[in-house]
Ligand binder design. Structure first.
Ligand SMILES: [Zn+2]
Length: 465
């Protein structure tokens, strides 16, 4: 009996040792399939606060301004772009008060040329320039200052981009995006984030991305560090002109190349958003925008910032850019609310997560054919709990596998040459059975609340032989 006990104990000990051996030797061969391992209950709470009633309330007011052409009336309090602008500002102010003043509200003013058109001269006389504005609500980061920006455009258009009188309420283009942006400002400003969140109602999208261009150029001039931009535009209709009805998915457009910052941002939205708001799927489209068309994300992407566009699954062209065709009755505000929920999770998670790591070039271990991944991580966040490796085959557009490697021991190495030579702290893991030739590897940090950051990858070095 005693011997049997000893054998059992020995057997159990061996099982324990062998079960842990792969981890101890740094062999992370067994990947787990893709899912978010831990949801943050605070983010779940934020998502639950996104309200259909609020979306409907704000959207009803938005469309009441009739024609919000960039060059339309600014004096009336009930009609035109000026009235709409002041109303958005007043809503942001209300949210700011509820946040104890943490949400900072301002007009991002600038001037544009008034085109030489008869109907515009009737309103603006001899003025050559018009002062216009984005409306901004900014929630400063608590510990760090990466900016995550969400925007919709509040200018609308009839058939002509310079028709300032015909009804063009812009219920979908872009009342949908503007109201989502406002609803996120309302809910998220009740919380604190590590990074800065900006909620922006853009002007002049229809005449040439005026507002987004102004802000993106300002970001370059002032050296903003932008983690991601979401442009919400035409994101409220579930009945396509092609006859297809679908309220369970949205499209997310991101610019090439395959591992551009915009593409990483798009993948992040899908990876983070869907588990928190499972009633909406995000279909990633690997293009800057729809074929031959554009939007506010372009202004940021062209300046090197990560920017993506959310748009409904099937557009209805006859309900866009016409006289009195873009109406509430052609929209689903339930769908708009679903999009707001998934984006609340995305913006919250990005705002709370540790900043991205810097991947050093991976290498192959020629003795055991493993792939060695190394990275550095400069962060002010004190609760980083570990790292996850994201893996996909080279012909796949989306991550296929995640391995949680916890917190590897810090090591030091020297980088650079000559005067640039210096010691850096870095992390390293070896992946068995993952040939460096056949896979793309990415790494992201997570904190002890389960908030995971945006994935970083590396550039493959080119060789002639
Ligand atoms: Zn639009």
């Amino acid at each position: 009996m005693k011997n049997l006990f000893k054998i059992r104990t020995l057997f159990f000990t061996l099982i324990c040792v062998f079960a842990w051996l792969p981890l101890l030797t740094g062999d992370y061969a067994q990947g787990q399939y893709l899912h978010l391992q831990k949801k943050n209950p605070t983010i779940e709470e934020m998502v639950s606060k996104i309200s259909l009633d609020e979306v409907v309330r704000m959207h009803d007011i938005f469309v009441s301004f009739v024609n919000m052409n960039t060059f339309s009336d600014t004096v009336s309090n009930t009609r035109g772009v000026g009235a709409c602008r002041r109303w958005i500002y007043s809503e942001f102010e209300k949210f700011s008060k509820a946040s104890g003043g943490r949400l900072q509200v301002y007009y991002d003013n600038f001037e544009v040329n008034i085109p030489d058109r008869e109907n515009l001269q009737e309103l603006w006389g001899d003025s050559e320039k018009l002062r216009i504005a984005n409306v901004v609500a900014l929630l400063p980061g608590k510990t760090d200052n990466i900016r995550f920006i969400i925007n919709g455009h509040y200018d609308t258009r009839a058939s002509s981009g310079y028709d300032i009188t015909s009804p063009a309420p812009g219920a979908n283009d872009d009342g949908s995006g503007t109201v989502i942006t406002m609803e996120l400002a309302r809910v998220l400003s009740q919380y604190e984030f590590d990074h800065t969140l900006m909620f922006v109602a853009n002007i002049g999208e229809e005449q040439g991305l005026y507002g987004a261009t102004h802000m993106a150029q300002n970001a370059v001039d002032e050296g903003w560090e932008i983690g991601g931009v979401i442009a919400d535009d035409i994101i409220g209709n579930i009945i396509g002109g092609n006859g297809i009805i679908n309220d369970s998915a949205a499209r997310v457009f991101s610019q090439d190349p395959v591992d551009s910052k915009s593409r990483h941002w798009a993948r992040y939205c899908k990876f983070i958003g869907e588990p928190y708001a499972p009633e909406l799927k995000l279909n990633l489209v690997f293009r800057l925008d729809r074929y031959g068309r554009g939007g506010d994300q372009r202004a940021f992407v062209q300046r090197g910032f990560p920017g993506i566009r959310f748009t409904e699954l099937n557009e209805y062209f006859a309900h866009q850019h016409g006289v009195n065709v873009d109406l509430v009755e052609f929209m689903s505000r339930e769908y708009v609310t679903k999009v707001a929920r998934i984006q609340a999770a995305i913006m919250a998670s990005a705002g709370l997560a540790p900043r991205p790591v810097t991947m050093m070039n991976p290498s192959r271990d020629r003795s055991d054919y493993s792939t060695r991944l190394r990275w550095t991580h400069q962060t002010v966040e004190t609760d980083v709990a570990g790292y996850r490796i994201f893996i996909r085959k080279t012909d796949s557009g989306y991550w296929q596998e995640i391995i949680d490697v916890g917190m590897p021991e810090k090591q030091t190495t020297t980088t650079g040459r000559g005067e640039d030579r210096r010691e850096v702290e870095m992390y390293q893991v070896n992946l068995m059975h993952r040939s460096i030739d056949d896979y793309i590897f990415g790494i992201a940090a997570y904190d002890n609340q389960g908030n995971i950051g945006i994935v970083s990858t590396y550039e493959q070095p080119e060789r002639n032989q």
